[in-house]
Design a protein around this ligand. Structure first.
Ligand code: ADP
Length: 722
């Protein structure tokens, strides 16, 4: 089924692709596989493209659409993503439209009018609309160059997000049987990949599989006990950084957000039941960095293209590895280091199992979901490289350590845990195998919990036998015992721990058990070698550019990142292009945006550089600190005490800054009377600028600092007149 060979196209077409990439999108190079994929579909063949989120999938059909004569049809199930992509294309002057349930009749008319005129190059459409017969009849007479099917895993029950309507897409594609098809997805294990090819009836497709590794995401997995404290200490170490906390239930998104607000964080909750206005407001605030944290169900994130999400926390276990990887993939899209922390516990597994069992899906589907749940659980319990486990899951086999997951950074230490295991097994046995995991830990610790006394469990022989170990550590060990099959959780009987075929051998000393010590959950430190953080891009200029972008976005009524994303602004701040020609060399600026925004950007940079020069000439950081405090409204005495300087020094700083052109107003430091008297004195002293000399010509005593200020003002105003 898979055809590994692609006939190469005439080099002219390759050149055109390269030029269009540069001209329209402002990018110099193709990413891995992009060119091959484009060449492949432009030669009329089908392809399945698997790339991680942010890898550049969309480009694989957008660019071919621009070098082709007709229309490219893009099937996309996510409305937010669809409108985002269309807005992005239009921002680069590419004629693109979408059809989905959000369109008004008027808007729909306009879309069809543009189609009739042959203006549109890319038409995005939801699968539901694409399978409507009237649409199929309409489109069959048009010249369609390519059908791109995004989120193609939705066609497979092996996939993460099965949508039956995807199977009906063959009605459309069989009508356009000569048109090449490109299926795209960010998440497909091997079984799903093959299933996509089959269900979408791709013809002899080539599968393009990019590496799934996200090297700048540091992966950590922790037991869920004491989650809130762990999150708080994490947030203290990652001040001001934006992140998402994924929760399983709506209620917990609300609770976690409320707690975080209580601790002083700018946090909001987000789930499918809040109003669409609120959802929009939250998305925008997060996008603009006005909101630091969003506590959300999986409803949040689809179509979020915020490049500086610095961390993702899974407050609960994700339902499978696909979801997990997709969700953490929303962090660090700008290439700078990001963190992903997953909290696991048995309770979540239990909840998921019930969801699956209670669902009305087919038995086959439910079995698949159970298996996927097993895999994510294995992932949480892995003691070797977690990235490898994920990559292997997606069919990218390798076994070199990634060095950016907790197990690689701090390999867990193993020890002979037979004795601890025997104590736990003894309690389990003495309690008639009617105790759950938490209760066993409490009995071992003699916690005095009410349930223990209610049930008379304090009389068990091993009550208090494990007092020397903390509850958290017991939970950690018990979890490992279950994972090693030493005991099992009986989900059909209140999650009580039961013996397995291994239990007696261990209890009676015939077998040994190896356990690992819990890690101290201080974040493992990895040096951030990524571009961005350590490089000296100028934070202040970046801020100025962001302010300009915010105003521009408001004017154009579109999200800020569509104007230019953070990565592009950071590069501008770092490179400080001096001319439009320099600006076009910045990756991400195509000709249209250059024409539209170029001059304004250059102006901002030039003004900024001039200001920097002024400040640089006024030597030293000390004056800048004085300036900052002055601009924040402190008077010189306060600044002096704050900075432990002499007041005269502070006056000298301000006067020097003022005289060299810094935009500050010194008038509030002196009264009109003083200014008047000093002006008189200055004249009498024959325009000498020495404060002590001028003081000689003034009748009333005025502090020297004030005279200096007045002289600075007089001089500047005179220069202005001159
Ligand atoms: P995906 O659809 O795989 O999630 P996108 O196509 O949205 O990813 O691409 C992610 C980001 O990478 C976008 O900002 C896109 O413009 C950018 N991008 C795509 N191709 C290139 C390239 N060849 N060079 C630089 N940036 C690119």
């Amino acid at each position: 089924m898979i055809n590994p060979k692609t006939r190469s196209l005439p080099s002219e077409l390759t050149d055109r692709l390269r030029q269009t990439l540069q001209k329209v999108f402002g990018y110099d190079q193709f990413r891995e596989y992009q060119l091959e994929i484009m060449q492949h579909v432009l030669s009329g063949k089908d392809a399945l493209v698997i790339m991680p989120t942010g890898g550049g999938k969309s480009m694989c059909y957008q660019l071919p659409a621009l070098v082709s004569k007709g229309l490219t049809l893009v099937i996309s199930p996510l409305i937010a993503l669809m409108s985002d992509q269309v807005a992005n294309l239009r921002a680069n002057n590419v004629p693109a439209s979408f059809i989905n349930s959000t369109l008004t009749n008027q808007e729909k008319k306009k879309v069809f009018l543009d189609l009739e005129k042959g203006i549109t190059k890319l038409l995005y459409i939801s699968p539901e609309k694409a399978v409507i017969q009237r649409f199929i009849q309409y489109i069959r007479n048009k010249k369609i160059d390519l059908i791109a099917i995004d989120e193609a895993h939705c066609v497979s029950i092996w996939g993460n997000d099965f949508r039956p309507v995807y199977a009906q897409l063959t009605e459309l594609t069989s009508t356009l049987s000569k048109t090449p098809m490109m299926a795209l997805t960010a998440t497909a294990d091997r079984a799903t990949q093959l299933d996509i090819c089959e269900k979408l009836r791709l013809r002899n497709p080539r599968i393009f599989l990019s590496s799934f590794e996200r090297k700048n995401i540091q992966i950590q997995v922790r037991p869920a006990q004491g989650r809130m404290q762990q999150i708080q200490s994490f947030l203290r170490e990652h001040k001001g950084q934006a992140g998402i906390i994924y929760c399983l239930s709506r209620k917990s998104t609300e609770e976690v957000a409320e707690k975080l607000r209580g601790f002083g964080y700018r946090a909001a909750h987000y789930h499918a039941e809040i109003s669409s206005e609120d959802r929009k407001r939250i998305q925008e605030a997060f996008q603009k960095d006005e909101l630091q944290i969003v506590c959300a169900t999986i409803a949040f994130g689809m179509g979020i293209d915020k490049s500086n999400v610095r961390w993702i926390i899974h407050y609960n276990l994700p339902k499978n590895i696909e979801s997990y990887y997709q969700e953490i993939g929303r962090a660090g899209r700008d290439g700078a280091m990001a963190q992903a922390i997953l909290f696991y516990n048995f309770h979540d597994i239990n909840v998921f199992r019930r969801f699956i069992d209670d669902s009305e899906a087919s038995i086959e589907f439910r079995n698949v979901q159970h298996q996927k749940l097993d895999r994510i659980w294995e992932f949480t319990q892995a003691s070797s490289c977690r990235t490898n486990l994920i990559l292997n899951y997606f069919g990218e086999y390798r076994n070199t350590d990634c060095m950016h997951c907790d197990n690689c950074i701090r390999p867990p230490k193993g020890f002979d845990g037979t004795f601890y295991t025997q104590q736990a097994l003894a309690v389990c046995q003495q309690g008639d195998q009617k105790l759950n995991l938490g209760l066993i830990a409490d009995i071992l610790r003699a916690s005095g919990r009410k349930e223990i006394y209610d049930r008379g469990l304090q009389r068990l022989n091993n009550y208090g036998a494990g007092r020397d170990i903390s509850r958290l550590d017991w939970l950690h060990y018990l979890t490992q015992m279950v994972n090693q099959g030493v005991m099992m959780i009986d989900y059909t009987d209140h999650s009580h721990l039961k013996f397995t075929s291994l239990s007696l051998d261990i209890l009676e000393g015939r077998k040994k058990v190896k356990l690992t010590r819990p890690v101290n959950f201080k974040a493992p430190i990895v040096q951030d070698k990524s571009p961005g953080k350590n490089e000296s891009f100028n934070e202040n200029l970046f801020k100025l550019l962001k302010d300009w972008r915010r105003d521009q976005a408001a004017k154009e009524k579109m999200p800020a990142y569509i104007i230019l994303n953070d990565r592009v602004l950071k590069e501008i701040a770092k490179e400080r292009p001096a001319t439009l020609l320099d600006l076009i060399n910045i990756s991400g600026i195509g000709e249209y945006k250059l024409e539209k925004y170029g001059r304004e950007i250059i102006k901002i940079i030039q003004e900024y550089i001039q200001k920097q020069d002024i400040l640089k000439n006024v030597k030293g950081q000390s004056k800048l600190q004085t300036l900052k405090l002055f601009q924040e409204g402190y008077d010189p005495d306060k600044i002096a005490s704050e900075r432990q300087l002499k007041t005269a020094t502070v006056y000298d700083h301000l006067i020097e800054l003022y005289s060299k052109g810094e935009n500050i107003d010194l008038h509030p430091l002196i009264s009109k009377r003083i200014l008047h008297e000093v002006t008189e004195g200055w004249r009498l002293a024959k325009n000498i600028n020495n404060a002590a000399t001028v003081a000689e010509f003034i009748l009333t005593p005025i502090p020297l600092n004030k005279i200096k200020v007045a002289l600075a003002i007089i001089n500047k105003e005179n220069r202005g007149k001159g």
